[in-house]
Write a protein that binds this ligand. Structure first.
Ligand code: CP
Length: 314
């Protein structure tokens, strides 16, 4: 497999070419194979240091990056924002200068404001990996989603993916819809008019109700959480109404099962809102597989990036 020239940072899916995406998806496969071995570690990043810098909560992404880095034998430090000098008013760039002085090689950043990982990347020699910024982007989520889609549908071209829920506030929807489109899948959105962006790419088809979306015959339904922490207005009448209109109810799950549709979700899920409990036990639900694949994909990204702190890859 031809290795594309290595980049310093991963900020957005837009910054990756199709060739780079294909390379990352392919190179994640041997990392996933490692998971079934008794020794899951390789020495690739021995002596390198990885710092996770999360200004927003995370369960999956932070721990997945930590496990990925440790399986590559890097040293990992989790920067606890809530107990750091950030709470005394230290700016992001002063925090980064401090970390630079510690000569970390990779910084993994999540921030509530769009653009912060890109800003940090311009001010540090370390590789910066965007772990989610505001509404903007979540590139490793998109890569793990693409990897998971490829596992169940090796030929992604022409596959149909219906993204359901709060697309407006979702960095996952922005990144994941783009990578699916890049890989030749058809992508559609379903959600309340208030939660589907009015400015959207021309390739993103929209539906106003589940019936019309089912008639389109999707291969995958990708559910999103309603991001109440990013909503400052009332975007739909009630949770009950939302569930009734846009949730995977028991009746819809029967239809999904009958049509062999896969279900994806980036997590965390809100049971009783976007899905009923039974979705978690449905045989074509890929949610746990997405989490597992996240480690392999993040190993591939860490392996490929080239920090400005060293010349490892020549
Ligand atoms: N998918 C995702 O970003 O989950 P976390 O918020 O738990 O990291």
């Amino acid at each position: 497999m031809k290795v594309p020239p290595r980049k310093k940072d991963l900020i957005d899916i837009r910054s990756l070419s199709r060739e780079e995406v294909e390379y990352l998806l392919e190179s994640a496969k041997p990392f996933k194979e490692l998971f079934s071995q008794s020794v899951k570690k390789v020495p690739t990043l021995q002596g390198k240091s990885v710092l996770t810098l999360f200004y927003e909560p995370s369960t999956r992404t932070r721990s997945s990056f930590e496990i990925a880095a440790k399986r590559l034998s890097a040293d990992v430090t989790n920067f606890a924002v809530s107990t750091s000098a950030v709470v005394k008013g230290e700016s992001i760039l002063d925090t980064v200068d401090t970390l630079q002085a510690m000569r970390v090689d990779y910084v993994i950043v999540r921030h509530q404001a769009s653009g912060v990982p890109g800003l940090i990347a311009r001010h540090t020699r370390a590789s910066v990996l965007n772990a989610g910024d505001g509404w903007h982007a979540h590139p490793t989520q998109a890569l793990l989603d693409a990897f998971t889609l490829r596992e169940v549908h090796p030929e992604t071209a022409g596959r149909r993916v219906l993204i359901v829920g709060d697309l407006q506030h979702s960095r996952v929807a922005r990144s994941t819809s783009r990578i699916f489109h890049m890989l030749g899948a058809e992508v559609a959105a379903l959600g309340p008019g208030t939660l589907v962006p009015s400015h959207r790419p021309e390739w993103l088809r929209t539906f106003s109700n589940f019936e019309a979306a089912f008639a389109w015959r999707p291969d995958v339904i990708y559910l999103l959480r309603v991001q109440r922490e990013r909503q400052h207005d009332q975007f739909f009448p009630s949770v009950h109404e939302y569930h009734h209109q846009y949730g995977v109810t028991a009746e819809r799950l029967n239809r999904i099962r009958g049509e062999g549709i896969h279900i994806m979700h980036p997590g965390p899920v809100n049971r009783g809102v976007e899905l009923v409990d039974a979705v978690m036990d449905y045989e074509r639900t890929l949610i746990n597989r997405q989490v597992e694949n996240g480690i392999a994909v993040r190993m591939a990204v860490l392996y490929w990036l080239k920090p400005g702190t060293e010349e490892r890859h020549g």
